[in-house]
Design a binder for this molecule. Structure first.
Ligand SMILES: NC(=O)c1ccc[n+]([C@@H]2O[C@H](COP(=O)([O-])OP(=O)(O)OC[C@H]3O[C@@H](n4cnc5c(N)ncnc54)[C@H](OP(=O)(O)O)[C@@H]3O)[C@@H](O)[C@H]2O)c1
Length: 401
């Protein structure tokens, strides 16, 4: 419960990232409505310092003790009373703070899982950007949300669009709501029109230059391989309880239609808007109300035309791997997520080529059987560790070839 009924107290996990910065931009426009209690980052101390001076949170968290010491002394010198902590346990504490109402989960990758799950166990309103948490731990995470009365609102623009296009009282039963299926839109990323041969030599800089969205480096590479859409497919399955065969990915290069729901009576309901993450962030922050996000109104005449085409699974095999992971069940999604994270980091570090990313992920999935269902955070973290070790092994083999 917040101290005041009108003000929502906020923890932002990943405040220095693209989603974190956009969240603070929306919050800045509605200072009387939201109070920032905790800002959590990893290594970008300068940016976190500036955020602390502006938003005066009670707590700030960074990745290690040295950075914490640096930040604490700078804040003290600047007369800012923010207490500084460090490390994964501090992230979990920030997600559980009793007076925090809303947790923005915007850490990138598996590192976000423990704190995002802690927010669910603490029954918070979770604004979920960290899709990897749900991909790794779908069943565990959704059970924690249900059992603890947490509220889960999707920040991914596609899932936020689907959420907005489903009935307000949707309770996870597509048939009862007359839902035939979901259309998950994808821009196709920077390499939509490239041939397989072209893809071999693309650089991290080219992969991170997304045509429509400004995002962090990991999700930018995921968009270029279309693994991002694969992770979103798994995310949509868990969020809306819709089976993989009823979720169709569609390439829509303009990124104006953010996703669609198809109903039994022939209706298709979609959410449209300019590609700006402040829209889903503002939607989730204010839900069920509406607040200004600072986003330019959509001009349909300027957009003029919208294209839709099927995805090419030959050129973008990551999407097929995600369908396979959902089919295999058990630990398969956690395995895929971990293998992809390791391979993407290796690509960003110029240790492997772009087309090796799906090869490493596929090989790790081939070598680690999906196994039994993951029942706890410990099970999920063990599956994640196994897949990371295997991915490292596969990449060593690749380097020797
Ligand atoms: N960007 C988008 O438009 C977008 C859209 C939809 C969904 N998402 C999802 O939102 C999440 C964040 O994406 P992003 O683009 O904002 O990423 P980003 O710009 O790379 O930011 C990542 C954030 O996580 C923090 N972080 C990284 N490693 C960490 C660790 N080990 N422990 C604690 N914090 C850590 C970073 O801190 P430092 O910067 O201080 O190191 C930063 O604040 C991802 O899951 C992504 O898939 C993003």
């Amino acid at each position: 419960m917040s101290l005041s009924a009108n003000v929502q107290n906020l923890t932002i996990l990943g405040s220095t990232g693209s989603i974190g910065v956009n969240t603070l931009d929306v919050v800045r426009r509605h200072c009387g409505r939201y109070r920032v209690v905790a800002l959590c980052a990893h290594r970008q101390v300068d940016r976190l310092f500036a955020q602390c001076l502006e938003f005066q949170p009670r707590h700030a968290v960074v990745g290690d003790p040295l950075l914490a010491e640096t930040l604490a002394s700078r804040l003290k010198a600047a007369g800012c009373a923010t207490a500084v902590a460090h490390g994964p346990a501090a992230l979990v504490r920030m997600a559980e703070l009793p007076d925090v109402d809303v947790v923005m989960a915007a850490i990138v990758g598996a590192a976000g899982l423990p704190s995002t799950l802690a927010a669910a166990v603490a029954g918070k309103k979770i604004l979920l950007a960290n899709k990897e948490a749900l991909v790794m731990a779908g069943a565990v995470f959704m059970r924690a949300v249900r059992d603890n009365g947490a509220t889960l609102l999707p920040i991914d623009s596609e899932h936020n669009a689907i959420f907005q296009s489903l009935p307000r009282d949707y309770a996870g039963d597509p048939t009862a709501s007359g839902v035939l299926g979901l259309w998950l839109t994808a821009s196709g990323g920077p390499f939509r029109a490239r041939t397989v041969a072209d893809l071999v030599s693309v650089t991290p800089e080219q992969a991170c230059a997304h045509p429509n969205w400004v995002m962090g480096r990991k999700i930018s590479v995921d968009s270029a391989t279309m693994m991002n859409k694969g992770l979103e497919l798994i995310e949509a399955h868990w969020l809306f309880n819709v089976p993989a065969e009823k979720i169709q990915v569609v390439i829509h290069p303009q990124s104006i239609v953010h996703s669609l729901v198809q109903y039994a009576d022939g209706s298709v309901i979609a959410e449209l808007g300019n590609p700006d993450m402040r829209t889903p962030i503002a939607h989730a922050l204010a839900y069920p109300h509406r607040i200004a996000a600072g986003v330019a109104p959509l001009d349909l005449f300027q957009v003029a035309s919208l294209q839709f085409e099927p995805p090419d699974l030959q050129r973008f095999p990551c999407l097929a791997l995600a369908y396979r992971a959902l089919r295999d069940g058990g630990s398969a999604s956690a395995t895929l997520n971990a293998a992809n994270e390791v391979a993407v980091q290796a690509f960003l570090d110029r240790k492997i080529g772009f087309t090796a990313i799906p090869r490493v992920s596929a090989e790790v999935m081939d070598r680690i059987p999906a196994g039994v269902a993951l029942e706890s955070l410990a099970d999920v973290l063990e599956a994640d560790r196994r897949a990371r070790d295997m991915a490292a092994h596969c990449m060593t083999k690749l380097a020797r070839k």
